[in-house]
Design a protein around this ligand. Sequence first.
Ligand SMILES: C[S@@+](CC[C@H](N)C(=O)[O-])C[C@H]1O[C@@H](n2cnc3c(N)ncnc32)[C@H](O)[C@@H]1O
Length: 280
Amino acid sequence: MARKPPPGRARAGSKPEPQAPRTLASRADRHDLYERSVQDPEGDVRTLARLFKRLRERPALHLREDFCGTATLSAHWAASASRRTAVGVDLDAETLAWGRARHLAALDSRVTLLQRDVLEGGGRKVDIACALNFSYCVFKTREQLRRYFEVARSGLASDGIFVLDCFGGWGAFRPERERRKVDDFHYEWERAHFDPLTNEILCYIHFAFADGSRIDRAFVYDWRWWSVQELRELMLEAGFSYVHALWERTDDDGDGTGAYYEPRRVENQELWWTYVVAER
Ligand SMILES: C[S@@+](CC[C@H](N)C(=O)[O-])C[C@H]1O[C@@H](n2cnc3c(N)ncnc32)[C@H](O)[C@@H]1O
């Protein structure tokens, strides 16, 4: 019996088989969707530069983006001023290759991508090191996170700073799916499970399209949630000289203004996210 050709491939001399129409999900690229729905590299460049200038009264030139993924922040940092350089560090070869092709063609000499564990360190000393979008939450023990902070600190110039973002609020731990329209698709952030005994939290990113097709669990986050106070304590244990826990100013309607200050105490909110900045 003749073997059936693989789907979509016609036997020589035969008519091509009709192809099933391709869905929007099958034509989408999950890295592109992630960048468009999650990241704001222009805003991050402004915030990081402003934080450094405020503390050090000089402009920051050199950035290290740990857990850089597609390195869009590194690329935007280098593109924002001709003397700026960036080092992006990530474990994942496929993600780095995607980022290199998308973002780095014109900037190669000022952006270095290192495929390695952030615990290995390396690269030039930088003014600012950052781990954004809560990526450091992959470390689930105090020992691992303290070790990461020690490595991050050792890669800083003498007046360098290390910037993390963190999140919380009483709504941050209940199982929920938040859905938001982005351009021509929907982004979904699912908090699937939180364990109050271990602080482990499992989250997913899904994407949904107008034709009903979906990319479920495009990204999976198996994290430990760290409180601001735990981060502060571990940073000091790792040798940082001072830790600033920032909070966003709000306007009269309670909306965030993008300006950060350093209060001693704050009221909890349903959902919040903010920055923790450590001085070397
Ligand atoms: C949430 S993405 C962060 C992407 C981007 N930096 C952002 O701000 O949205 C997390 C990235 O961390 C990388 N990663 C996870 N563990 C790592 C480790 N120990 N060392 C280096 N990269 C790691 C993954 O490959 C993934 O690309």
